[in-house]
Design a protein around this ligand. Sequence first.
Ligand code: A3P
Length: 315
Amino acid sequence: CRPGLMPAAGIKVQPSGCCLPNEYQLYAERLRTFHVRHDDIWCISYPKCGTTWTQEMVWLLENNLDFETAKDKLLLERVPFFEAVSLVTQDFLVKDENEKDIFGDTIAFTHEQPSPRVIKTHLPARLLPLEIWTRKPKLIYVTRDPKDVAISYYHHHRLWNGYSGSYEDFIEGFLQDKLVYSPFWEHIAGYVKLSHLPNVLINSYEDMTNDLAGVIRRTAAFLGREYTESEVARLAEHLKFPSMKKNAAVNGEDFIVDLKEKHGMCKEDPDLSFVRKGKSGGFREAMPQHLIDRFDEWSRTKKIELGIQDLNLSQ
Ligand code: A3P
């Protein structure tokens, strides 16, 4: 695999216990000392848990359901990806309407946004900017069944990093917590343990697939926003999988075409897309029973170890 994937290829486990590319060290200080605003809203997750979906929901709730702007302006521009500059960035050359590189200095880009900012991060709680704990902005965290996350992350690595190793090796890397932003359960536990705080909301991908309108109502209430039932229904329609899949402002298809070309990948492969299958429990079609059993045992043990055994993400 290429650098940026597994520890053996240039990833170090940081002292705080998170797998990050070496580039992270160049930016760690700026990320830690970033000026947080009280009215920021941070959309946070381990990768592939439904971050994009959450970002689009939160941005629209915060912006009076401005569907026009949401369709015109890339989600990446509306909701900056805070630490993206510290990832391996050469694959992510995305320009805004003024030809400014959005994935250039994403810390500066986040800083420049007008309030109230909606910000995306995959950082574990312990690596958030220090001012998060004093300014207390709203934190919206989204969880997902790790079996679905692992499969989604596998296809993500094929697409974004040209991963050409085997599915089995990748899954093994996931279970051994060797992927970027792992360890998985520690990431979840770090936020679940904050869920008693009034500025923290935990949603799950499973809830979003089962009852999207319910999650919209809950998130709107958390943000202090009021919407009528017909507005909630309109937002749910905009956020449902087929709409998101064909929405050019969120599906990344423009740069996916370039990525496929760069990595010499099959243009028709349906798994090589950002808004891909959108199922909860999709692992049942893509994972042999022995791996499902291994995952479930791993999750059970980890949750006990981390004191979050009551958390149920499965269907
Ligand atoms: P799959 O690869 O399982 O389809 P993230 O945004 O955190 O990278 O998560 C990506 C996952 O969210 C992908 O999962 C993607 O398809 C799914 N997703 C994005 N938008 C969705 C939607 N509107 N409904 C359901 N799933 C969605």
